[in-house]
Design a protein around this ligand. Structure first.
Ligand SMILES: NC(=O)N[C@@H](CC(=O)O)C(=O)O
Ligand SMILES: [Zn+2]
Length: 438
């Protein structure tokens, strides 16, 4: 066997989608080669055998929204460290957001991020292209060049910045429809959020923090649904955070508008009462909302109104998060804690099956991005991009122990029952029991 060939793996005693009795799964040449009691017969001598003890086998997760910070802020995350976090989190593909320094607004940068991702080799790293030059919201980028380059960019976003000018957004949608690519919008009307650091509501009022109204998000979601309809384009809403956004998505989907949306684990789990500590770790865009929003978002994810989970993994240096709340950089880590949170909120509560979880963390995001070798069913002949989850292996989050180069997790000290115990990417084990395998 040459070093370049993927090894032969036998995953012993796994339960695909958490259903039925444990089975053995043979992975060979990057594909699922056999499933069943005989899968391990005639194993070659060099095969790796992993006893998984009845753990749940799922398709590898796909994150439509990751900040990897390379180029520009390699002190907080790199493609390599972010890919390690992804591997530990069960992810086999991530979409690296465009707000790097310089931004991913041209083919040189997008192709370079793609190449770095490929050489790291722990997961697919798809650079997201910027919609506008310098993320300034004015002049459209050469989306066509980025889409036809080596990275084959398929999602464009100015995430962090909203494409707020309706004419620019309209042109971007028209252009994207012609190219067959997707615009992902960070829905925030900037004139409603000037100086805002917290959800506009009773908590922010009590704490003396400037409020970010729901309308800042919802007005853009409504506008973009209509612009997408008229442009005959698809639009994707990043990190949906309000009850009203859920209602608008329902309305737009009922009209047949091609709109999709993601929600982050933190908007599903945390509400703005966390801010009472004034701890900068809870500062994030869009802000943590109220408890009825978290409930509406969970329901929408279960019913399919919200399509998928995306982490918005946003690493920041300790000195950028430890300051006074309003001065802290917005953003929190997400790749290594997403599965345990979604499992706790929705699977352990009985609202979702593991198969449903596979839909929102793998199949739907892969479909939205147009990936053909991710989010595939667990069947013989399919690419071996897989996550293995132990549903009952309690662990406590410690920011300093995460693979990410930063430690800004809002879950410090929290204990979760489910844990990713193995990730297989293109037929190779990339993490096992929390250890990243290079
Ligand atoms: N989500 C965040 O709070 N931060 C993101 C960008 C953004 O969406 O503002 C980041 O890049 O840090
Ligand atoms: Zn954003």
């Amino acid at each position: 066997m040459s070093a370049l060939e993927p090894p032969t793996l036998l995953l012993r005693r796994v339960r695909p989608y958490g259903e039925g009795d444990p089975v053995d799964v043979l992975v060979r040449d990057g594909l699922i080669a056999a499933i069943g009691p005989d899968a391990g017969d005639d194993l070659p001598g060099h095969a790796e055998i992993h006893d998984m003890d009845g753990a749940v086998l799922l398709p590898g997760f796909v994150d439509l929204h990751t900040h990897l910070r390379e180029p520009g802020r390699e002190d907080t995350e790199t493609v390599a460290t972010g890919s390690s976090a992804a591997a530990r989190g069960g992810y086999t593909a991530v979409f690296a957001m465009a707000n790097t320094q310089p931004p991913q607004d041209n083919q040189t940068v997008t192709d370079s991020v793609w190449r770095i991702g490929r050489s790291v080799g722990l997961c697919d790293v798809h650079p997201v292209g910027a919609v506008t030059v310098g993320l300034k919201g004015e002049q459209l980028t050469e989306m066509g060049q980025m889409a036809s380059g080596e990275a084959r960019v398929r999602i464009f976003s100015d995430d962090g910045m909203c494409v707020y000018d309706p004419l620019v957004m309209r042109r971007a949608l028209e252009y994207s429809a012609g190219l067959g690519v997707l615009i992902a919008q960070h829905a925030e009307e900037p004139r409603l959020t000037r100086g805002a650091v917290a959800h506009e509501g009773p908590t922010a009022a009590r704490l003396g923090l400037t409020g970010w109204p729901r309308s800042a998000e919802e007005s853009i979601v409504a506008r973009d649904a209509i612009l997408a309809r008229d442009a005959g384009a698809r639009v994707h809403i990043c990190h949906a955070s309000t009850t009203g956004t859920v209602e608008l998505l329902k309305w737009a989907k009922a009209q047949g508008i091609s709109i999709t949306a993601e929600v982050t684990p933190h908007h599903l789990l945390l509400d703005d009462t966390r801010l009472e500590s004034y701890d900068g770790v809870y500062r994030v865009n869009p802000p943590l909302r109220e408890s009825h929003d978290t409930l509406a978002l969970r329901e929408a994810l279960v019913s399919g109104v919200i399509d998928c989970v995306a982490t918005d993994h946003a690493p920041h240096a300790a000195q950028e998060k430890c300051c006074e709340f309003a001065a802290a950089r917005p953003g929190m880590l997400g790749l290594e804690t997403a599965l345990p949170i979604v499992a706790a909120l929705l699977v352990e509560s009985g609202e979702m099956t593991w198969r449903d979880l596979a839909r929102v963390m793998s199949t739907r995001p892969a479909e939205i991005a147009g990936l053909t070798d991710q989010g595939r069913p667990i069947q013989v002949g399919e690419p071996a991009n897989l996550a293995v989850v132990d549903p009952d292996s309690p662990w406590t989050v410690v920011g300093d122990e995460l693979a990410s180069l930063s430690a800004n997790t809002p879950y410090e000290g929290m204990t979760f029952a489910a844990r990713v115990v193995g990730t297989v990417y293109r037929g190779r084990m990339t993490s096992r029991d929390g250890e990243v395998l290079a």
